[in-house]
Design a protein around this ligand. Structure first.
Ligand SMILES: [Zn+2]
Length: 225
């Protein structure tokens, strides 16, 4: 009985190694990085978009102030009345125009900067998506090689199952489900081969008689070699 279940356990060992290989694959990690990168870039783009919207609003506001000052100057020039008051007004409006023009320039420069950042972000997203695609292809082909191996080992386990005591197998699966592996460990002197706990004398006798005992500390099955 112990031979069969140890064989069964060895198949699990091979399955677990293959599953670990799948989840530790470098491509998988790069794919996750690329996904996170694209998400970040999308957030950044959304921020840039709202900044751009604000700049358009600012531009329109400043532009209408600019147009108004220009119109006021035009009216004063058209009225052809030249006195100190109109000259002063024209000077005031002219310096307003100068200030507003500077503001408009600043807004235009900021817009260009945002456009530049936007295009960099867009390019990087394209690159990240391309890299993700390449990695996924590699990952899929590796997974497609691993999965049939796992399936084959599972088939072997299925074939073995009828030859193993039903209760022992159920207990084995219970311990395995708690992510304890290996489940069956050989006795190491008078220690549990899994957690190294010392086995009491009485239990050592039971081990000699029954061929195996359950470890009180880790729940593993300890067997006699
Ligand atoms: Zn133990």
């Amino acid at each position: 009985m112990i031979d069969k279940i140890l064989k069964y356990q060895d198949l699990d060992r091979q399955i677990r190694a293959l599953e670990k290989e799948s989840s530790n694959m470098e491509e998988k990690q790069i794919m996750n990085k690329m996904i996170a990168y694209v998400k970040d870039a999308q957030n950044k783009s959304a921020q840039l978009e709202s900044q751009a919207k604000q700049l358009v609003d600012d531009y329109q506001k400043v532009k209408s102030e600019y147009d108004l000052a220009l119109k006021n100057i035009q009216n004063l020039v058209d009225s052809k009345t030249q006195n100190d008051r109109t000259v002063n007004l024209i000077n005031t409006y002219s310096s307003d125009l100068y200030m507003l023009e500077r503001k408009l320039n600043i807004i235009v420069n900021k817009s260009q900067e945002i456009l530049k950042q936007f295009s960099v972000a867009k390019n990087n997203v394209l690159k990240a998506k391309q890299k993700h695609k390449e990695c996924k292809e590699k990952y899929d082909s590796k997974i497609n090689a691993i999965n049939p191996k796992i399936e084959k080992l599972r088939q072997e386990q299925k074939k073995l199952e009828p030859e193993i005591d039903e209760k022992a197998l159920a207990k084995y699966k219970n311990v395995l489900n708690d992510n304890i592996f290996p489940v069956f460990v050989p006795v190491a002197g008078n220690l549990c081969g899994g957690c190294r706990m010392e086995i009491p004398m009485g239990k050592m006798d039971k081990l000699k008689n029954d061929g195996f005992i359950v470890c009180e500390q880790c729940g593993r099955f300890i067997y006699n070699k």
